[in-house]
Design a protein around this ligand. Structure first.
Ligand SMILES: *Cc1c(COP(=O)(O)O)cnc(C)c1O
Length: 377
């Protein structure tokens, strides 16, 4: 099949380099977070490549994501980070997925499923230290920890919490959350049982808060070379992994005063040259970029004009700009020494890099490149 002239290019060498940079920075094992289609980069190819680089622990959000990885032959441990319902427990155990246990109730449900299957569940206890999402509050986690330690059907592999403000190096919230997490972990010392793997740091924690690294870190967005927040410090040498590239499919001259696209929200003050690019919000390219975003054409920044449509949008080349049908148009990535980063697109669309990446959907084909030796995936 001849594919549409739009693609996401995923640089696997950049991904491996980012993993190396993070490992060198923190000095503890990395749980690679590959939820949401590996932040839009493609779940299975990304996990496969990371496993080849020796990643010994993956994190996903949902049971389906874990099962997809198992079916693709990923055999490293996989933790399902999200909250679960009792009816999902058996499925998790059967697929050898590690389970987040976030309350006494959930522990009982997981135990029941494990006993029925005659197979121990591997669990990570989830402590809420300030996010007020899933997890037992740190100030009332004693009974859960005691019950989990006593459980015949659950093996406690980890204990963890999630940071709410780590992308802001100045936030006092992280120190408070760390202190609460240490209090929770102290129950293991009180019970004189071995401490499970303690993990707390997301990308923000990796970048800004060494005290949160503990026994393992859980970076997501940083692995893909994108900063969690425009205010974050780029003190780990990561590079972007994903590029989004399309091609010119139409060129026309628009006469002065004639409006472009739905709603007639923009019209050129003078005759100008306008090209059409074949992707739109139906691919996950934000409609919020209407009359705001930029793309690279022939190494130059050019403005998006008019509203972004479901499958197409328009770009103004000005009265003298040139471009031909089939020319590459870079939406995310570099061309001719100019670069548009995910972070730039996020600011223009009034959102965060996470949303830009994870919205890029299955309609866009993904291409994997790898210069280094080893089999391409
Ligand atoms: C998504 C997620 C992460 C990774 O977050 P980043 O900010 O992308 O590094 C880590 N831990 C948990 C529990 C998550 O849900």
């Amino acid at each position: 099949m001849q594919q549409r002239p739009t693609r996401i290019v995923v640089d696997l060498d950049a991904l491996a380099g980012n993993l190396c940079a993070i490992r060198a920075h923190v000095g503890v094992p990395v749980m690679a977070i590959v939820k949401a289609n590996a932040y839009g980069h493609g779940l299975v190819p990304v996990a496969r490549h990371l496993q080849q680089q020796g990643v010994g622990q993956f994190g996903v959000a949902f049971v389906e994501e874990g099962i997809t990885l198992r079916r693709a032959g990923i055999d490293a441990p996989i933790l399902v980070l999200g909250g679960i319902l009792g009816r999902q427990a058996a499925q998790l155990i059967q697929h050898d997925l590690e389970i987040t246990v976030s309350s006494l109730d959930k522990l009982r449900q997981v135990e029941a499923a494990a006993e029925a299957l005659g197979r121990k569940a591997v669990i990570h206890l989830k402590i809420d230290t300030g996010m007020e999402r899933i997890g037992v509050h740190s100030y009332s986690c004693g009974p859960l920890i005691e019950a989990a330690v006593a459980s015949r059907w659950c093996q406690i592999k980890g204990i963890y919490s999630h940071l709410a403000c780590a992308d802001d190096p100045a936030s006092p919230m992280t120190a408070l959350q760390l202190e609460r997490f240490h209090d929770a972990c102290a129950h293991f010392e009180r019970l004189s049982v071995p401490m499970p793997i303690r993990h707390l740091a997301n990308s923000g924690g990796v970048l800004h808060f060494p005290a949160t690294w503990l026994d393992m870190v859980r970076p997501g967005i940083l692995l893909y070379g994108v900063l969690p927040d425009p205010a974050a410090q780029r003190n780990v040498p990561v590079v972007p992994v994903l590029s989004l590239i399309s091609q010119v499919v139409y060129f026309k001259v628009v006469r002065a005063g004639n409006p472009v696209s739905y709603g007639a929200t923009w019209a050129p003050p003078q005759d100008t040259r306008v090209i059409t690019i074949p992707l739109g919000y139906g691919d996950g390219w934000p409609r919020a970029l209407s009359n705001r975003g930029e793309v690279l054409v022939r190494g130059q920044r050019r403005p998006i004009v008019g509203r972004i449509c479901m499958d197409q949008f328009m770009v103004d080349l000005g009265p003298d700009g040139t471009a031909y049908n089939g020319d590459d148009v870079v939406l995310i990535g570099c061309q001719g020494g100019q670069c548009i980063r995910v972070e730039d697109v996020a600011v223009q669309a009034d959102t965060i890099g996470y949303e830009i990446l994870t919205r890029l959907n299955e309609r866009i084909p993904r291409e994997y490149i790898q210069r280094s030796a080893g089999p391409a995936v």
